[in-house]
Ligand binder design. Structure first.
Ligand code: GDP
Ligand code: MG
Length: 422
């Protein structure tokens, strides 16, 4: 058989089925994948949304059968804060980097209108961080700590009445961003018949308000049966506990009351085991995949469109990233050029204005100078005249003086006589 040119396959040739004459070995591909994944370890990020004291921390301890050592949060916080804690867990040879995000202060404010805002911002920020890493020239996605939220456990208060408006608003805001699994918290506080009604009411309310919650996938044959049945149990009614009681010869997580004991892992007591199976054993990978392929994809699309990128141009013709970039670059350069021209024109206008201003000022100065000069000449002339007059006066005075002196010597007696008369 002629070798197939892998890089330039003939376009019109259809895929053909060939029988192998012997064992080649690519049936080990799944094993290679498993071994690689085990080596890298896994990342899973859970967000717990629910009012303070609904048992979020206790449930996390119960789910992962450990003690995450969280301190109870007060009811007095002015705003909702997101607190993320990351833990390295290991079960046999599989390592799991688990991040638990807690919504501290959720529902504790008098005005609960903006409670969801901090949560939405947190989820968007994690998407943004991933997008920025993806857009880097030198990416290191394999070493990158992916903090995108894979699942959001929404803790519903076991009132028996239905959802609160804060629940509906928050879930509606999040349903395009994250896989939401609603759960009824502290399910030991609600009776069995009430619970069933409560569950149906919650589902009806979610449907009526168009809230899309996460559904366990039913397209994979190996899990479709169990997932279909589990989908009908949502919202799971769960119980958490940090206390253990001896059942037979095993220590079991349970809550003890004066009238009896509820076991966390007893399926006739609550849905805890169902939640654990679905969340960790069966669908963790699906949630990771949906986060990447559905929710992140949507975020990425919106953000790139915001930045002005698109797969098609105004005429609906496909454009490449490169083309868009080139167009943007040309537009930008044109804009710059235009701005520069504008600035140059403005400069010229300004210079002209300044020039005429200066000319005006020069003219004024000249006029002032001429005026001053004229004043000065006038003044000088006046003074000159005065001086001349003074000189004339002086000459006249001197003349008169000498005249008087002469007269004084010739009419001496007369002068004396006159003075005697006085
Ligand atoms: N009745 C009942 N109480 C619970 C349950 N889970 C937790 N609690 C109790 O609720 C209180 C608050 O729990 P915590 O996990 O700190 O709530 P968080 O503020 O949501 O993290 C503690 O006293 C827990 O013992 C439950 O399933 N049922
Ligand atoms: Mg807590």
């Amino acid at each position: 058989m002629a070798p197939v040119d892998v890089e330039n396959p003939p376009v019109e040739e259809k895929m053909r089925n060939l029988q192998l004459s012997g064992h080649v070995g690519f049936d080990s591909l799944p094993d290679q994948l498993v071994s690689k994944s085990v080596q890298n370890g896994f990342i899973f990020n859970i967000m717990c949304i629910g009012e303070t004291g609904l048992g979020k921390s206790t449930l996390m301890d119960s789910l992962f059968n450990t003690n995450f050592e969280s301190s109870p949060s007060p009811h007095t916080l002015p705003t909702v804060k997101l607190k993320a804690q990351t833990f390295e867990l290991q079960e046999s040879n599989v390592r799991l980097k688990l991040t638990i995000v807690d919504t501290v202060g959720y529902g504790d404010q008098i005005n609960k209108e903006d409670s969801f805002k901090a949560v939405v911002d947190y989820i968007d920020n994690q998407f943004e961080n991933y997008l920025q890493e993806e857009l880097k020239i030198k990416r290191s996605l394999s070493a990158y700590h992916d903090s995108r939220t894979h699942v959001c456990l929404y803790f519903i208060c076991p009132t028996g009445h239905g959802l609160k408006s804060i629940d509906l608003v928050c879930m509606k805001k999040l349903d395009q961003k994250v896989n939401i699994i609603p759960i009824i918290a502290k399910a030991d506080t609600i009776s069995k018949t009430e619970l069933q009604k409560f569950k149906s009411k919650i589902i009806a309310e979610l449907q009526n308000n168009g809230v899309n919650i996460y559904e366990f996938p039913v397209d994979d044959e190996s899990v479709s049966e169990v997932n279909t049945s589990m989908n009908s149990h949502i919202p799971f009614a769960v119980i958490g506990s940090t206390d253990f009681v001896r059942v037979g010869n095993k220590m079991m997580r349970a809550r003890q009351y004066p009238w009896g004991t509820v076991q966390v892992e007893n399926e006739s007591h609550c849905d805890f085991v169902k939640l654990r199976e679905m969340l960790i054993r069966t669908n963790m990978e699906d949630m990771r995949e949906k986060t990447h392929c559905k929710h992140y994809e949507l975020y990425r699309k919106k953000r790139l469109e915001q930045m002005g990128f698109s797969d098609v141009d105004a005429d609906n013709k496909p454009v490449s990233f490169q083309q868009t970039f080139e167009t943007k670059r040309t537009n930008h350069l044109q804009e710059l050029q235009q701005k520069e021209d504008e600035m140059r024109q403005m400069f010229v206008v300004r210079v002209k204005e300044k020039e005429s201003e200066l000319k005006e000022a020069e003219k004024d100065l000249h006029a002032k100078f001429d005026r001053l000069k004229k004043d000065h000449t006038d003044e000088k002339k006046k003074i000159e005249e005065q001086r001349k007059k003074l000189e004339d006066d002086l000459i006249e005075f001197n003349r008169r003086k000498s005249q008087y002196q002469q007269m004084g010597t010739s009419h001496h007696t007369l002068t004396l006589g006159k003075s005697k008369k006085k």
